[in-house]
Design a protein. Structure first.
Length: 425
């Protein structure tokens, strides 16, 4: 009997082992099956967003190597591309409402023609091949032969381009406080400053008369003392920069052609990163880029107008004349100081992004990943406001702006963005 029981127990043990192995195999199969089930076909909005991000990431590559990509021209390029694509899509919103495959083809086609319009006359040797390559590869993925006539899309883009002629100047100027005249000994002395007439261009949406940027130090009891104190704070801070100060300063500089994109491109990069992690319906995403482009274009015009009307000398000029003749900033922009252009651009773009995306969630900017030439490690922010305020403050840290310039620039940029968002249609 004992021998029989022993044999019986052994056979049960063998069966149990077999059952365990079979169970494990079934579990692995079901897990693999469930995982494959989770991989769903991308939605229409997913496909359209992928096209959108492909083109705006290409825009950043082109801007990085574009020798003409100073902030005002970069803002014009972005506005023309974004507004042109938006107007094409508005004409055919029904295709997007129906999630038609033709809509994806049209979106790709509009970007292709819009980018060609911008870059066919510029000295970027690889531009045409990059644009054609992206266009062809995207079309191959769309699996549809439906398309819209080149002439139709070009007609809308031509209408848009008419708003961006360099020689289209406004006879009206923005208001100044009555009787204000910059003191000659404190004016920006470089008479070859960048684009001194840019501020006379026509804006697209923004009413130049809607915001009065006060002259620098107008409320100070003594202009010269207020300027001296501001310059001294720049000088003192430059002597005690921490690792993070240098990181912040380099992280936001974006002013080396061939190495980085422009400050305009930087906020396109941030928009791209945000959209990739927090998708919007495609028509809303296209509208977001339109508002971003239009607001930044208008903001550069308004900012440049005030720069050359108030014509305040840079910290470098004042410090070398009055504090330390050997002092040098980390960068040397060639246009007047007040208001800070980086700050205008940051306030404008950050406010547009706040309007379209959630405000109070952490934001990560990894625009300069894998860059080894400067402090490029990604940075994390509690919200967009922290991001654009740090961008403005960075200009003080690198010694190219007084804090007064940065504060005024932010206020101006926020005002322009809010106006465009409210009056864009």
């Amino acid at each position: 009997m004992s021998a029989f029981l022993t044999k019986y127990k052994n056979s049960l043990g063998g069966i149990f082992k077999i059952l365990v192995i079979v169970g494990l195999l079934i579990s692995v199969f079901l897990t693999t099956y469930r995982r494959s089930e989770v991989k769903k076909e991308p939605s229409f909005d997913d496909k359209a967003t992928e096209i959108l991000l492909d083109w705006y990431n290409l825009y950043l590559q082109l801007e990085r190597v574009d020798k003409n990509a100073v902030p005002p021209y970069a803002a014009r390029n972005l506005a023309q591309i974004s507004l042109g694509v938006y107007e094409v899509l508005q004409e055919h919103q029904h295709l997007f409402d129906e999630s038609s495959p033709q809509a994806l083809r049209l979106l790709n086609h509009a970007f292709y023609l819009s980018m060609n319009t911008m870059y066919d006359r510029k000295s970027i040797g690889s531009a045409a091949s990059w644009i054609n390559s992206l266009y062809q590869s995207t079309n191959r993925k769309l699996h549809t032969k439906a398309y819209y006539n080149d002439q139709y899309v070009m007609h809308i883009l031509d209408e848009t381009e008419g708003r961006f002629r360099r020689d289209t100047l406004d006879s009206d100027t923005m208001p100044l406080l009555p009787g204000y005249k910059p003191e000659s000994k404190f004016i920006y002395s470089n008479h070859t400053g960048m684009l001194p007439a840019w501020g006379k261009n026509k804006t697209i949406v923004y009413d130049k008369r809607s915001f009065l940027l006060e002259p620098p130090y107008i409320r100070a009891a003594n202009f010269e003392k207020a300027l001296y104190d501001d310059a001294l704070s720049v000088y003192v801070q430059s002597k005690k920069l921490s690792y993070e100060d240098k990181w912040i300063g380099d992280f936001w500089s974006d002013e080396t052609i061939g190495l980085t994109f422009t400050p305009i491109g930087r906020w396109v990069s941030i928009a791209n990163q945000t959209l990739a992690s927090e998708p919007l319906p495609i028509l809303q995403a296209v509208r977001m880029y339109r508002d971003l482009g239009v607001a930044l274009y208008d903001a550069t015009i308004v900012g440049w107008n005030f720069k050359y009307q108030y014509n305040l000398m840079r910290p470098e000029q004042f410090i070398r004349q009055n504090i330390d003749s050997t002092w040098q900033p980390r960068y040397r922009p060639n246009f007047p100081s007040y208001p800070s252009a980086h700050s205008v651009i940051a306030g404008t773009a950050g406010t547009v992004l706040e309007h379209y995306f959630k405000k109070d969630i952490k934001r990560v900017d990894d625009s300069h990943q894998k860059r080894l030439e400067f402090y490029s490690e990604k940075r994390v922010y509690d919200n967009f406001e922290d991001m654009y305020k740090e961008c403005a403050y960075s200009r003080f840290l690198v010694g190219v702006h007084y804090l007064t310039d940065c504060e005024a620039g932010l206020n101006l940029g926020i005002a322009v963005a809010n106006y465009v968002i409210k009056n864009g249609d």
